[in-house]
Design a protein around this ligand. Structure first.
Ligand code: PMP
Length: 421
């Protein structure tokens, strides 16, 4: 019957439950928990607005001049005059965006120049720029590892590494955080002939601890695995050339793929993977998070390239960043705070807190005194911990570090998380 269109059938059918199930109801618990916290009168740690940004270390938040101690602007490149000038020039010359994928109309001269800067910075044959570091991990991991392959990753890996595993079809094996022994044991259980990728991070971003890369790489090699190292938090200030923890550990020749980001030391946004593998360029054709998304705007790749070139000669900044990190670590310990690492292993200093309520209260007490740090909570943090995460910048002055410590003293005593003076 030609009059019986599928539409009329659907409309006349009696549906047993015409009210759609609210798919957002699964978050009711989280909404209630958050509301209960806000009802105690604290600010929402995840709804901070930078009203003005004055420098890499200073912003206006709620009308107050605030020291920034919770950014990934490790090398302070966001306001570097050469970086800003390169971005302005590219914006004028090439426009606001590319409106296309890297494999279609979205590769401009600037993307190539940015990849050239990376190849030089890392002294590697190939560099592929992605739109974010998240997408670099998502794309590279899911594309390298197919059905029948194994991905072996540290249990504390970044979300982008886990998501890269989920996007692909490989088997996923986790080993205990930074445990060389557990890595060895788990690799030993896998079929000898299977493809294997061990995924490591130079710096683990929640506690700021570094990986024992020398030992881990030796174990991975022993079992015939390829190695990917995420240097998101190591680029710029580890190793002779600032390439990352893998350079400092002396294992550059054994790492197959280095993933990184422009959103930390480089000071803009974007991601990348560099490699010496002779077939690496094929990844441009087969990596979905590279192919099926728009490329970075010309101004962004221009700022990234300018910044990467300057980071090749940033020894003074690097030294000052380390000095700041060690001083803050020692100072916080002297005040009585419990920290994530026994010494400053990176520019991230994690203050361990007993529970959510005191974490938020201390976070707010710091903010009210003009200091912004990151609040971190599960699931981002390992083992259900609550953290006040401090990350230093090479542009923090000695006076600012003194002020930061004084603020931590006052705020911690006000909330009772450290003993009175
Ligand atoms: N890897 C690690 C270890 C990270 O910490 C991050 C970001 N915090 C990323 C990758 C993703 O970088 P992006 O911000 O460029 O997406």
């Amino acid at each position: 019957d030609a009059s019986q269109t599928p539409d009329s059938v659907a409309l006349t059918d009696v549906l047993p439950n015409p009210t759609p199930r609210d798919l957002l109801s699964k978050f009711d618990g989280l909404i209630a928990e958050r509301q209960a916290l806000l009802d105690t009168g604290v600010r929402d740690p995840f709804a901070i607005v930078m009203e003005e940004v004055l420098s890499p270390t200073l912003a206006i938040i709620k009308g107050r001049k605030t020291i920034l101690l919770g950014t990934y602007n490790y090398m302070g490149m966001t306001f570097d005059p050469d970086v800003v000038a390169a971005g302005k020039y590219a914006l004028d010359k090439f426009g606001a965006g590319t409106t296309g994928s890297r494999v279609l109309n979205g590769t401009y001269q600037g993307h190539r120049e940015c990849e050239d800067a990376l190849r030089e910075f890392y002294d590697m044959e190939s560099a592929i720029v992605f739109s974010t570091g998240y997408q670099a991990n998502l794309g590279v991991i899911s594309t390298l590892c197919a059905k029948g392959d194994y991905i072996i990753l540290d249990a504390d890996s970044h979300a982008s590494i886990y998501d890269g595993c989920w996007l692909g079809n490989a088997e996923v094996v986790r080993f205990r955080h930074n445990s060389v022994e557990d890595l060895d044991k788990r690799l030993g259980r896998l079929p000898v002939e299977a493809g294997k990728l061990v995924v490591l991070e130079g710096v683990y971003s929640m506690l700021g601890d570094i990986a024992p890369l020398k030992e881990m790489v030796a174990v991975a090699k022993k079992h015939g695995a390829m190695i990917l190292c995420d240097e998101a938090h190591g680029m710029g200030f580890f190793g002779e050339h600032g390439r990352g923890v893998f350079e400092e550990a002396g294992v550059a020749d054994d790492i197959d793929f280095v993933v990184g980001t422009f959103s930390k030391s480089v000071g803009t946004v974007g991601g990348f993977c560099v490699s010496n593998h002779p077939k690496f360029e094929v990844m441009r054709l087969v990596t979905r998070p590279y192919v099926f998304t728009a490329s970075l705007p010309p101004s962004v790749v221009a700022t990234a390239a300018a910044s990467i070139r300057k980071l090749m000669h940033a020894g003074d900044k690097r030294e000052h960043l380390w000095k700041n990190s060690r001083r803050l670590h020692q100072g916080l310990r002297d005040l009585g705070y419990t920290l994530g690492t026994p010494t400053a292993q990176s520019a991230i200093i994690a203050v361990m807190m007993p529970d959510q309520a005191i974490t938020v209260a201390t976070w707010q007490a710091l903010l009210e005194r003009g200091l912004y740090v990151n609040m971190a909570r599960p699931p981002a943090t390992p083992a259900g911990t609550f953290l006040l995460r401090c990350s230093l910048c090479a542009e923090h002055t000695d006076e600012q570090v003194t002020e930061i410590l004084a603020t931590f003293a006052a705020a911690g005593r006000a909330t009772g998380v450290i003993p009175q003076a």
